[in-house]
Write a new protein. Structure first.
Lengths: 294, 226
């Protein structure tokens, strides 16, 4: 269903160019005909490369730089306007995942102290769920995965940063753990805020005390060490290594085969085959040669 | 013990970086061996190494704590908080405090990337917590691989949200502050003080009386303070 921007005029916003949209999303997501929120100048290149963006909520300063084919709403505080729009739309069936009856495989081992919600949970074959785990609605766990003690899968993300105070976050997405994913103790994985899933790829392993933000998509065979905090809507390629105590900023893309060393803080996009030391991205093959020469 | 020595040799830089280990045939061999080990380890009684558990007197244990009774040894006068999970092969001394949400003896993060797949290494060891130790809430202490024990020395204090990796030996009277992550195979001496949010890489040794400030990233050995 297509929504016209002019039908959903919010307070303190101005429509510069009318357009239509059928889903909400972030700069990296590929939801069909999505409306996104742009606050940084670096995001403009990304939306021009992303064909599924059809409308944008942005600041007055960035209006002129948006490509011609995209509908524009300008607002002094685009983030709160965007989440206010989400709060209006999340009650419509087109903008949220539909509930279904629980499908829990008989071959999965679930500890009696684990708490699984009464609907919209799918658990595949040979899944192991350990002590005190909480699994919320709209969670899909594929076969062979393990969720260890005291973890929370599908917890409700905190009220969006920069949004108006008192605006509760109402998630309409879920969490999808692919095959042979291993989630260790005391880890939190947030539900996606928009229709879609927070995804963790095949054979990825996530260590203790991690927090994975809403809408994050992690590739296959990634190793994520203890204490990592991943912001919202981050995309991580295959075969990555993320060291202990790393924090990743919101809405960044990390390529394939990237090695992020211990204690780094990443605030920019990282290309394929790089090593990140503190705040610097280096070529991985060259770095390895230098280290061997020492 | 022999298996552990072989495994550590395979992990070491000289062997792991050599061209022999990068050939596909060698990767397949190691992968098959690891898969076989992972399959046999939990099933054969020879590997299981489970001691019969025992319980002391005067323990205060919250009813919501989940303890693998029968395979956990707990001393006298311990206090164990709500939602604490204690897995098998754990030995806890006298006067130990475990606060809410701590997870003792969960699986370590020891994984090998072989021939385009990630193979975990089954952990068969346990955790020893000596007398007068205080462990804060949401602390995770992983068990050791190959039948060894992760050790926390006497009178050590570990504050909230700390991750203690597998095969770690922590000495006496150590203070580990909030949010610190300690990688696997590290040895920490006596009376060491570690600040908040530190990251300590794996395979290091920190000498006695060392002081590590807040937010430090440690990637080399630290000598004993003189």
């Amino acid at each position: 269903m297509d929504m016209k921007l002019s039908e959903w005029l919010l307070e303190k916003t101005e429509i510069i160019r009318d357009g239509s949209f059928s889903s909400l999303g972030m700069v990296y997501t590929r939801n069909p005909r999505q409306i996104v929120c742009v606050t940084r100048e670096s995001d403009i290149l990304k939306i021009s490369q992303n064909p599924s963006v059809s409308c944008v909520i942005t600041t007055p300063a960035l209006v002129e730089k948006i490509p011609d084919t995209i509908g524009i709403v300008s607002s002094g505080d685009p983030r709160s306007a965007f989440f206010a729009l989400h709060a209006l739309l999340c009650h419509l069936p087109e903008f949220t995942l539909q509930p279904f009856a629980n499908r829990i495989s008989a071959s999965s081992k679930i500890h009696p102290s684990a708490r699984i919600m009464a609907n919209s949970v799918e658990i595949g074959n040979n899944v192991v769920i350990e002590k005190n785990v909480v699994i919320n609605e709209q969670t899909v766990i594929d076969e062979g995965s393990i969720v260890r003690s005291n973890s929370v899968i599908g917890c409700i993300p905190p009220a969006p940063g920069g949004a108006a105070a008192g605006l509760l976050s109402q998630p309409s997405g879920g969490v999808h753990l692919h095959r042979e994913v291993d989630i260790h103790a005391n880890t939190c994985i947030h539900r996606a805020l928009f229709k879609g899933y927070t995804e963790i790829g095949k054979q990825s392993k996530i260590d203790n005390l991690d927090t994975i933000g809403q809408g994050t998509i992690i590739g296959e065979r990634c190793l994520i060490c203890a204490g990592v905090i991943i912001g919202e809507s981050v995309s991580i390629g295959d075969d990555g290594w993320i060291g202990p105590n790393v924090s990743l900023d919101n809405q960044i893309a990390i390529g394939k085969n990237v090695y992020i060393t211990i204690g780094s803080t990443v605030t920019q996009d990282i290309d394929d085959n790089k090593v990140v030391k503190d705040n610097y991205a280096l070529d991985r093959e060259r770095f390895r040669k230098v280290m061997r020469g020492m | 013990m022999i298996l552990q020595k072989i495994f550590l040799k395979l992990k070491s830089a000289q062997v792991a970086d050599s061209w022999v280990m990068h050939t596909s045939a060698m990767q397949q061999v190691v992968k098959t061996c690891l898969k076989l080990f992972n399959f046999l380890a939990p099933n054969l009684p020879f590997w299981r190494r489970v001691k019969a558990g025992s319980f002391g007197v005067g323990n205060q244990i919250h009813p919501a704590a989940i303890i693998d009774y029968g395979r956990v040894t707990i001393g006298d006068c311990c206090s164990i908080g709500k939602n604490v999970v204690i897995e098998k092969n754990t030995i806890i001394g006298n006067h130990v405090t475990l606060r809410e949400g701590a997870v003792i003896g969960s699986e370590g993060f020891e994984l090998r990337r072989l021939a385009g797949e990630i193979i975990p290494v089954a952990h068969l060891g346990g955790v020893i917590i000596h007398d007068n130790v205080c462990i804060g809430s949401r602390v995770c202490i992983d068990k050791s691989s190959f039948g060894e024990y992760t050790e926390i020395g006497e009178s050590t204090v570990i504050l909230d949200g700390v991750e203690v990796g597998h095969n770690i030996k922590i000495g006496k009277e150590v203070i580990v502050s909030e949010g610190t992550m300690i990688g696997g195979y590290s040895k920490i001496g006596d009376r060491v003080r570690i600040g908040k949010k530190c990251s300590i890489a794996d395979g290091l040794s920190l000498g006695d009386d060392a002081v590590i400030p807040d937010y430090a990233v440690v990637t080399r050995d630290v000598k004993k303070a003189s």
